[in-house]
Structures are given as C-alpha cells and as structure tokens.
Design a binder for this molecule. Structure first.
Ligand SMILES: Nc1ncnc2c1ncn2[C@@H]1O[C@H](COP(=O)(O)OP(=O)(O)OP(=O)(O)O)[C@@H](O)[C@H]1O
Ligand SMILES: [Mg+2]
Length: 212
C-alpha cells in the first residue's frame, strides 16, 4: 500500500483541502483510496461524513487504528494537523513513501514555509529519500510577484513544485458537500481538474515514491 502524508506545520495553508482533494482525484483514477485524519479538529472526517454515495468511495481510517487502512486499499492519504514537526513528523514520514506540502504564496506564509522546509529536509526519512517530498502552491493568483518569488524559492531547495492550485470558491463549495473539485462537473471545475492532473501525474510517477 502506498501512503501519502500531507504536511506543513503552518495552519491554514491547505493541508485538509489538498488531502481531501487528492483522495477524491485518486478515487476518480480508479484507486481504492482511504483517508486518515490525524487532526483532533476532525475536518477531514467531517468532510468524509458529508460525502454522498454517488461519488467514488473513500474509506475513513481512524487515528486510533494507528494508520491501519482496510484490506485492499491502494493509497492511504493522511491529513495532518498544524504544528507537527521534528520527531513527531519524522515518525509519521517513516510510514509514507510520499509527502505533499501545500504552501501559500504570501510573504508571511512563505517565511514560515521556508523555516518548516529547512527543518523538514534534515529529517531522516526525507534526507535519506525514504520519503519523497513535493510542494503544492495553493491559492495561487497567477502573475503576482509573490508567486514568482515562490518558484525561485523552490529552485534554491531543489524540491519540486509538483502542482499549483488556484484560489477558487470551488474548493470552499465542494468541501462543504464532502467533495473535491474532481467531483464537480467539468463546466464548473475544468480548470481545477487540469491542475489536479499535474499532481496526480507526479503521484503516479516513480519520482514521487521513496522506499519507506
Ligand atoms: N485553493 C483554494 N481556494 C480557495 N480556498 C481555499 C483553497 N485552499 C484552501 N482554501 C480555504 O482555506 C482555508 C484553510 O484551508 P485548509 O483547512 O485546507 O488548511 P489546513 O492547512 O488544513 O488548516 P489547519 O492547519 O487548520 O488544519 C479553508 O477555509 C479552505 O476552504
Ligand atoms: Mg486541516
């Protein structure tokens, strides 16, 4: 089974949006997907509870189970709370072949993301490539100066930016209904589908798979 952890100690950068969105995008690809919610605020669990039967199924994995997904699960997506770093993060990453880090291209968030990224790159699972890390620029408004700075900042660290998600009410509206943008119709979310295609392509590639 493949495990993908969505990480960033900074609150509100889009971890739950990316974790639930990825679970839904991968479920549409035909994978048997499970979603674990490590956040005591339970946003991902609440999201899953709203999800109707008309959409590809995503199984819930409780924190209490110790990330034990149901038999037959292809991919387990793990949503993590804010404030997870250091030894606690390392322990989690040991179980994940892939980590996705959403970050917001705003000056305040980038300063925090920079510090988190520097610390995270020194953690053993990442340093030893047991876990491969990819960044997702979230709530992107194209052609803004901060976005250009963000792409430069990634190059310095040699961490790939594997996708960007635009700032869109589609995320807010979909989330309330237990959906990802992949569950919305193409006439509403065609642009978002295209952005998720890039992330899914990376997740499917060998480049994104560590040996954990
Ligand atoms: N691409 C986007 N477009 C519009 N709104 C977004 C987008 N991504 C996230 N949001 C909104 O930003 C808020 C924070 O997102 P989210 O809950 O996913 O962050 P988080 O990192 O999980 O936060 P926490 O650290 O508190 O768990 C939510 O209200 C969400 O709907
Ligand atoms: Mg969250």
């Amino acid at each position: 089974m493949r495990t993908i952890a969505v990480i960033n100690a900074k609150g509100g950068c889009g971890k739950t949006t990316v974790a639930t969105g990825l679970a839904s995008a991968l479920a549409w690809e035909g994978y048997n997907v499970a979603l674990a919610d490590l956040d005591p605020q339970c946003s991902a669990t609440d999201w899953l509870a709203e999800r109707g039967e008309d959409y590809p199924e995503i199984h819930a994995v409780s924190k209490a189970s110790g990330l034990k997904a149901p038999a037959g699960t292809d991919i387990l997506v793990v949503d993590t709370p804010a404030g997870v770093y250091g030894a606690e993060l390392s322990k989690l990453l040991n179980k994940a072949q892939t980590a996705l880090m959403p970050l917001l291209p705003s000056p305040i968030d980038m300063a925090a993301a920079w510090r988190f990224l520097e610390k995270t790159l020194t953690l053993k699972p990442i340093a030893s490539k047991k876990t491969k890390l990819g960044l997702v620029a979230n709530r992107v408004k194209p052609n803004t100066i901060v976005y250009r700075e963000l792409t430069g900042f990634m190059d310095d660290y040699r961490v790939p930016v594997v996708g960007q998600l635009r700032d869109s009410m589609n995320y807010v509206r979909a989330f309330e209904r237990g959906l990802g943008v992949s569950d919305l119709p193409e006439y509403l979310a065609g642009e978002d589908w295209g952005q998720w295609d890039d992330i899914v392509r990376w997740v499917k590639s060998k480049r994104s798979m560590g040996s954990a």
